[in-house]
Structure formats: structure tokens, C-alpha cells
Design a protein. Structure first.
Length: 232
């Protein structure tokens, strides 16, 4: 009984804090900065200062998040026990939506991530996936491509290119979102259009249309790491 009572005492201040804190929509949470929105996604660049926390805010949609830098946070979801998370640079996770929470940054560095809401989640949860749920990982000289998830009609892939390495020619049927994990100095050679250089800072995002075939080459002096979210 003593242990149960002690645990209850620890939870009481947390419940009181939730009761006192106003719930806000994600668009009104000051650490979430809207970077892009279209029919498929709503993308936020998130930065929580060291030793601080977000406001209590809602996630109405299923979403992916991509960590930018290592981080140590506590996820405090309403009506659930807090969860301690140590996230590595580039770590990408899928989270079902429809909850409110506080993200508390325990580290001495900013907690940064890119949060990608799937706006068609209600419809796509029950729609047959256009891709297999697993597999499809590929390796080429200096290139690693790993399929992470297929959820709600979206396929999420992590890509790493060593300096000078090239992703061989491949086709994009549909549009996709690029999330830069590292700083990127890359060149896209699109069939029929020629070379298209691109420079991105870590945490940058870019929406790319479908219907083209291209290669991607790392022009930088360090590994290029990015995540893509594809749609059919």
C-alpha cells in the first residue's frame, strides 16, 4: 500500500498541472511552426528550448515525426503515465493521433523535430495500401535506403548517401515530402530536364511533385541524410 500511495502522490501534481493548463490546437502552440500545408500533409518545424516544455496541445491527426539532433524528452499525454524518450538524430516514429500532450525537453540543447500530420488519415486507414507494409530496403555503393513505415497511404523512407555517392535512376509516381536530417548539398538529375542542385539545412522541408525519373548525387563532403514521405 505504501508504494501505491507514493506513486499516487507523484501523479497528483501532474494531474493538477494538466487541469490548470489550457489545451490549445497544434497551430496555436508556439513551439510548432507551420512550414507547409496541402491536401496530404500539414508540416510543422518544432523547436522546444532547453529545460522547457510545450503547451498542452492537440494532435487531431495521425502523424510522423523526424528528430533533428539527439534529444531527451518526456511525453506527457493526458490520462496516461509520462513516457521518457531518448531520441537519436534522424529517428523517425509514427504516432496515432487524437490526443493532447505536453513535450518536456530535459536536455541542455533544443529539442527539434519535423512533425508531419497526415490529413487524409481517416480515409486512408481503411484503404488498401499501395505498397507492401515491409521490405524494399536497398543498398548501392555509398547509398543506404531503408523503408521505415507504410501508414495511412504514405510510405516513409530513410536515405543516407556518402560523399560523391549517387542514388540510381528511379521514378516517382506520386508527390513526396523531403525532410533534411543533415545539411544537404545534393544534385537531382531529372530525365528531360537536366541537373537541379539543391542545398538544405537540417530540419528543412520541401514538397516535390510526382511523375518524373531522376538520380540524386551527394555533392557535399559529409554524409547526406534525409527522410522522404511518399504518396501515390
Amino acid at each position: 500500500m505504501k508504494r501505491v500511495f507514493g506513486g499516487a502522490l507523484l501523479i497528483v501534481p501532474l494531474l493538477a498541472a494538466f487541469a490548470a493548463a489550457p489545451e490549445v490546437e497544434i497551430t496555436s502552440e508556439p513551439s510548432h511552426h507551420l512550414a507547409l500545408e496541402n491536401e496530404h500533409v500539414r508540416v510543422f518545424q518544432v523547436e522546444v528550448a532547453p529545460k522547457t516544455s510545450t503547451l498542452l496541445h492537440w494532435h487531431r491527426h495521425d502523424y510522423f515525426f523526424v528528430s533533428v539532433g539527439d534529444s531527451h524528452v518526456v511525453n506527457e499525454v493526458v490520462d496516461k503515465q509520462p513516457v521518457d524518450l531518448k531520441l537519436a538524430d534522424g529517428e523517425t516514429r509514427f504516432t496515432p493521433g487524437n490526443f493532447a500532450h505536453v513535450a518536456r525537453n530535459l536536455s541542455d540543447r533544443p529539442f527539434r523535430n519535423v512533425t508531419i500530420e497526415l490529413l487524409e488519415d481517416d480515409k486512408m486507414r481503411t484503404t488498401p495500401s499501395p505498397w507492401p507494409m515491409e521490405g524494399g530496403d536497398k543498398e548501392f555503393p555509398g547509398v543506404r535506403i531503408k523503408i521505415l513505415f507504410v501508414r495511412d497511404g504514405a510510405r516513409v523512407t530513410a536515405v543516407e548517401l556518402q560523399p560523391g555517392a549517387t542514388v540510381p535512376s528511379h521514378h516517382h509516381d506520386g508527390p513526396h515530402l523531403l525532410v533534411a536530417v543533415s545539411d544537404l548539398d545534393i544534385r537531382s538529375d531529372v530525365d528531360g530536364m537536366g541537373p537541379m542542385p539543391g542545398k538544405f539545412k537540417s530540419g528543412d522541408v520541401k514538397w516535390l511533385p510526382g511523375g518524373y525519373t531522376h538520380t540524386v548525387t551527394n555533392l557535399g563532403k559529409s554524409a547526406a541524410k534525409f527522410v522522404t514521405v511518399e504518396f501515390k
